[in-house]
Design a protein around this ligand. Structure first.
Ligand code: NAD
Length: 377
């Protein structure tokens, strides 16, 4: 199979879909890898490093010529999509929950599209799960950004000149990103608490040495879907949660919000009034910024200051440690590759495999994902 890797054109995207390691692996297995020149520079990978691993380096047109598959971090832009060879297999983050019209366009263009966000959460697919690999790094980076913005120290320090109190950090949403944020904040010496609506998270939070704070009623006991995600909570639950959070948040220095419900706008967990109870100098890092934010005051890609509280809405935290996030993402793709080829190494996606079925948005000129077919019907 001829695999193309392009320079990402999405604003602010620094990641790349291959590393010299994965190129070497693909080439060793008999595939050809074509990479657009300078595709890896923002992730600290030089053209020479790719070439040494066996990649063909070229222009956009040369890279796409005869390509069987395009591995990408984000959905390519319109101009690039127009240049893709008919029948190419596109594997990327495709924002599938909002992909209705785009999926139609991809199908029309004869592009077979697999969405990395839809890798099913089954154990066989864990090594291909890009949402997890990227969320983990986002959770880590959220705390590093918070520590940078915060005008005080995280750990308690007893010095001859006086004692520095430890920072109090509160993590809202204890999924993959939230758990890594808890662990990172603890490593830096903060006193950490966390909340979530899924009961399974309670034990995980405690095992990381953080205090669990949540409304644990009957609805909480049923809040996890079979896929392991959170359900949308009722207005009554949200009101109880808001009351609990309001009391807790006023005492926090650092708040990291990661709460998401797949396919829906992020739940609003922090109101303007709650922000106004926080101390000046406190920091909120809102990982849900690309989905509308968990805080009412969040603005995507900005650090807003309200009454001295700084609210950061970085929309691409994995992109702020592009070398590591690219390496893990490229590895996710390499782990997926056996499901995209036949025994002879030629392109032959295993359309009947549960993983490929879960990911496939379009195939052979048709929109095939059940969620999108339902939408357009
Ligand atoms: P996510 O990014 O969809 O959401 C982040 C967190 O926000 C979740 O823990 C969710 O419960 C929480 N949340 C949603 N609404 C909330 C609210 N109103 N208040 C507070 N918290 C709220 O989730 P995720 O991080 O991708 O992972 C969710 C679960 O799936 C985790 O338990 C994770 O361990 C599990 N998981 C399983 C696999 C696998 O089995 N292969 C892989 C990855 C993750």
């Amino acid at each position: 199979m001829r695999i193309a890797i392009l320079k990402e054109r999405h604003a602010g995207e620094t990641r790349v879909a291959a590393t010299p390691d994965t190129v070497k692996k693909f080439v060793g297995a008999g595939h050809t890898v074509a990479i657009e020149k300078s595709a890896g520079l923002t992730a600290s990978v030089t053209d020479d490093a790719y070439a040494a691993a066996g990649a063909e380096m070229g222009t956009l047109a040369a890279t796409l010529k005869g390509a069987d598959a395009l591995f990408s971090v984000q959905m390519p832009d319109e101009a690039t999509l127009a240049k893709l060879p008919k029948g190419i297999l596109l594997v990327a983050h495709l924002d599938p929950h909002n992909a209705g019209p785009r999926a139609e366009a991809l199908a029309k263009a004869g592009i077979d599209a697999l969405a990395m966000e839809f890798v099913p959460r089954i154990s066989r697919a864990q090594a291909m799960d890009a949402l997890s690999s990227q969320s983990n790094l986002a959770g880590y980076r959220a705390i590093i950004e918070a520590a940078y913005i915060y005008g005080r120290a995280f750990p308690m320090m007893m010095t001859a000149a006086g004692t520095v109190a430890p920072a109090k950090a509160f993590i809202m949403g204890a999924g993959v990103a939230g758990l890594q944020a808890i662990a990172t904040a603890r490593r830096l010496g903060a006193v950490v608490s966390a909340t979530d609506v899924r009961p399974a998270s309670k034990e995980q939070v405690a095992s990381l040495g953080a205090k669990f704070v949540a409304v644990e009623d009957e609805e909480f006991k049923q809040a996890e879907t079979a896929g392991g995600y959170a359900k949308q909570m009722s207005p009554e639950y949200q009101a109880k949660q808001a009351e609990l959070v309001a009391g807790h948040i006023a005492k926090q220095d650092i708040v990291v919000t990661t709460a998401l419900i797949p396919g829906r706008p992020a739940p609003k967990l922090i109101t303007k009034a709650m922000v106004e109870t926080m101390k000046p100098g406190s920091v909120i890092i809102d990982l849900a910024a690309p989905n509308g934010g968990n805080c009412e005051l969040t603005k995507a890609d900005e650090v807003v200051t309200h009454n001295g509280v700084m609210i950061a809405g970085f929309s691409n935290l994995p992109g702020r440690l592009a070398a590591d996030s690219s390496a893990l993402y490229a590895k996710n793709l390499a782990n997926l590759l056996p499901l995209l080829v036949g025994e002879d190494g030629a392109k032959a996606p295993h359309w009947d495999d549960e993983i490929i079925q879960g990911m496939a948005l379009t195939k052979g000129g048709e929109v095939v994902h059940p969620s999108l077919v339902k939408e357009s019907a």
